[in-house]
Design a protein around this ligand. Structure first.
Ligand SMILES: [Zn+2]
Length: 180
């Protein structure tokens, strides 16, 4: 499975997990785990990019030279065009960071939607979204089932669309990178 297919599947699975009320907690746990996983990947990619920057673009500079320039207030004299040996590799890492950030944003939005609180229309107390009856006054809270099912389908379709759009953007970026 390609990275982009996998990404699309992760987004779709995450939103489905959140929308099925019986699996709600498991869905939020999965999405939180996914967010942690994306954040760890992003940290690693930043570390790799930073290493490439220091080892390639600034390879000729010693700490002594930099220190001298800073002390003489001539930092600008060490300015340079940043030229990476493997430009495609740099661009690929940036693309992966941005795609992981998109996955985080989608997961965070889904968690927010799910954990958002509502008020009971009868007594006005705060109730969790997805509850069937108010725990205080017992009033029925849930929307008609057909409506809820429609919302599930719409959310699934929206998640699939978002994944497709992200994959198309990335493919375009990869093509442009390959042309250079
Ligand atoms: Zn109530």
């Amino acid at each position: 499975m390609s990275f982009w297919e996998e990404l699309g599947q992760r987004i779709t699975q995450g939103s489905q997990g959140a929308l099925q009320k019986t699996k709600a907690i498991a869905g939020v746990v999965t999405m939180n785990a996914d967010i942690s996983d994306s954040k760890r990947k992003i940290r690693d990619l930043y570390e790799e990019l930073g290493k490439m920057l220091v080892e390639e673009a600034f390879a000729d500079l010693t700490a002594g030279r930099i220190s001298e320039a800073l002390e003489a207030d001539k930092a600008d004299s060490l300015k340079r065009e940043i030229d990476f040996k493997d430009w495609k590799e740099v661009l690929t890492k940036v693309m992966y960071i941005k795609s992981e950030e998109e996955v985080i944003a989608i997961n965070e939005e889904k968690i927010r939607e799910f954990t958002e609180e509502e008020r009971c229309p009868s007594c006005g107390r705060k109730v969790n979204k997805g509850m069937t009856f108010c725990p205080d006054c017992g009033a029925k809270l849930i929307r008609p089932k057909e409506e809820a099912d429609g919302a599930d389908e719409a959310a699934k379709a929206a998640a699939a669309d978002a994944a497709k759009a992200a994959a198309a953007d990335a493919a375009k970026a990869a093509d442009q990178a390959a042309e250079q």
